[in-house]
Design a binder for this molecule. Sequence first.
Ligand SMILES: Cc1ncc(COP(=O)(O)O)c(C=O)c1O
Length: 392
Amino acid sequence: MFSNRLPDDFTPNFLGDLVDKSGLPQIDLTESNPTKCDFKSYSYFNLKDFNFSNIFPYHPNPQGNKIARESLANYLTHQGRITQAENIFFTSGTSEAYSFIFKLLANPMDKFMVPIPSYPLLEYLLQLESNIPVFYKLDPNQGWKIDLDYFTQLLLSNDIKGLIYVSPNNPTGNYLNYDEFVELEKIFTTANKNIPIIIDEVFYEYARGVKPNYFSSKNTLIFRLGGLSKLCGLPQLKISWIILEGPRELVDQAKIRLEFIADTFLSVNIPIQIHLPKLLTVANKFQDEVSIRTNNNYQRLKKILLNLAQEKKISILDPQGGWYGIIEIHGMQPYFDVKICWELYQKHKILIHPGDFYNFFSGNFLVFSLLIQEDQFDKAISLLTSLLYELL
Ligand SMILES: Cc1ncc(COP(=O)(O)O)c(C=O)c1O
């Protein structure tokens, strides 16, 4: 009776199963919902001023309220990301943005290139549109740059509709830089393929060092994705965006079609569009607090795990951006990371993700959120360190 766009198996994964059987975590190092991480700067958003008095009459605009789009374009341009309001489309979330783009570009069973390791939902978002992921690899030995030889092989042996890149990637933190983008365009030209690129920039603001230079392209159709869930830490307000860039004619053709899709749903509520300009004026308060927390936690991580790192039993990765920390464990059997996660939960009720959750294709990795309050983070990483000493 049911669609085969859905997964065959709905049984929880081993961590879900563990939590079901053993009870809620004492410290949840997988927590990436900022509204649960005690950030004080939420008070700057003045959410109590939200009102519904100015929503009459209803003027639906499939692309999104013009004033709100202009304020977003100004905000991004001011940050060095030159953006035109006329090329922005609002959606109710980044997931919906992906689904609109897949509807725009693809027919059922068409293929999109998807990075691994990366955001696990990409596979499901494609599956729900009856599209197929073709996984390309980010190389851990080259700072998570694209493995271009493997990428080229995949491109030549598949009919590809689009390429997805998460910048900075979740969880590895690498940005798509200009040199890598130029390499991709060269590969497309040599293969005589015109492939649109979807760049998911939801974590763009959270660079740990210098943000890479922003670039655009005259040849490639680009869809940049962003949203308030990360920009202001407000996922519950449900507003995200698609920004179109590239050859004028292609952008115009894409816009006509995206407008048709957006008009069919009209999913973004009006109050959030009206209040967006005000929220953007204080977005930096939240971003600064998050950056301080994630940097502090990252420094703590390095300090607590220093000896294990010096003994070369582990490496602490150094993501360029994003909200995640990663440890690589050396010299152990496959799935040792899963064993650590399991034991840490059994012994201390601390929840952490193994690399497998993000499709790390080899090695043993532990991934955790750096958003957690500092004292909780300290405690959890100290207990993890003791466990690693026992088992390594
Ligand atoms: C890379 C990436 N893209 C998109 C999303 C989803 O964003 P939204 O809440 O706007 O749907 C997430 C959520 O964590 C994410 O990590």
